[in-house]
Design a protein around this ligand. Sequence first.
Ligand code: ADP
Ligand code: ASP
Ligand code: MG
Length: 458
Amino acid sequence: MNQVCVAKFGGTSVANYAAMCNCVKIVTSNLDTKLVVLSASAGITNLLVELASGTLDEASIEERMGKICNIEFSILDDLGRPAEITAEIEKLIHEIRDLAKHAIIEHDDALTDRIVSYGEIMSTKIFTEVLKSKGYNAKWFDVRSVMRTNNQFGKATPIIEVLSNTAKELLTPLLDDYIVVTQGFIGSNAIGQTTTLGRGGSDYSAALLGEAIGNCKAIQIWTDVPGIYTTDPRLVKEAHVIPEITFSEAAEMATFGAKVLHPATIFPAVRRNIPVFVGSSKDPESGGTWVRSQTNTKPTFRAVALRRDQILLTLKSPNMIGACGFLANIFSIFAKYGISVDLITTSEVSVAITLDHTGSQSSGQSVLSDRLLAELKSICSVRVTEGLALIALIGNGMSQVSGTGAAVFSSIMNVNIRMICYGASSHNLCFLVDQSQAEQAIAELHHHLLEGNPQNIR
Ligand code: ADP
Ligand code: ASP
Ligand code: MG
């Protein structure tokens, strides 16, 4: 097989027929692009999550179904309502309605994933048809036949070895003859039940598939912005596109809130050293960002990211003084509930921890359950503080030069810092602030550290 590119398009890129046509142009203008990975059309996953909740009455179900039909059938209308695909989408719509009604009676996480997966199934069916209608040799592929995951519905972990073997057997051979269109975000467990990888997981799917097919030249993430910016362009209008960034920095950005990439996306790319390109599907000519193992520039400050809705847990126990094993006990409780601990600082008798919400459950469930809190309270006192935001400065060699802390904190003299983490990686410095001060802090940090000539502390 020749080297191929994988192209992933997010929800806004497949929101309607015109947007899908832009994607077709991008795919077909590069003969190496053989595998297309899609999200659900914009808005669909949120509606499906509501339908899966089991909390809607029949009228509310119909209202949500109406919205889904509007989105899907308006694309089909523009496509000229071809009979076969229209009938297929009608059948899928009926299935969603039946499953949503079933969720009222008997709700569980497996059913939620099954319902939520329909968004990607529909977008890929329709996009394959759009490609075919324009004369291209396209094939729909059910990613669940290769994307094997564990049983953690809502945030399933892919089993890389199975994916690698089955993809080479079932998917790679198709790439010689077809443009293959498949689903991001979804997978299936060992007994064939549908699972999902967590919200925003399609980026991760694309990278995993790029790794699994072998001989992947680039993973392209086409979205609604022309690249990775110095900060979320919705927050700071002076934010600018970063032309190239290292895997390490991009991984930190994604982990600390830059929604443009799912946090796990970079790992498969790093394992196979596959460059990742991020660009705008609306405006592909406007360039984008290349994420690679090495870059020509390595500024001290490259970007600033924001993660909202952080939970800070302060755990306090006199047993911590000079004791061994207290932290191990706490972490084993988090592990038992499948919760990823994020930042951590300790004092003599207390430990402060933030919990990671990003890439959270597809159903949007809170990570903090009553059972978890009760178990923690059996060994220490627990204080929960909500309404916080995590700000991360991302760059290079930050902990290896004098003045990083001064440059960062003198930029935000009026902001109350609640917790700081620094030194574990030379690529980031992060801290918690009250949510009400977060945007101001981002704007000031961006202004002082990322506008004009990128500031290097050397
Ligand atoms: P898609 O549906 O294509 O996956 P997302 O909404 O998940 O798109 O991600 C794109 C959005 O990420 C942008 O519209 C932007 O608001 C947001 N974003 C946050 N931080 C950044 C950043 N540093 N650079 C670019 N976009 C960012
Ligand atoms: N459709 C899913 C979501 O909205 C996955 C994705 O878009 O990446 O979260
Ligand atoms: Mg996304």
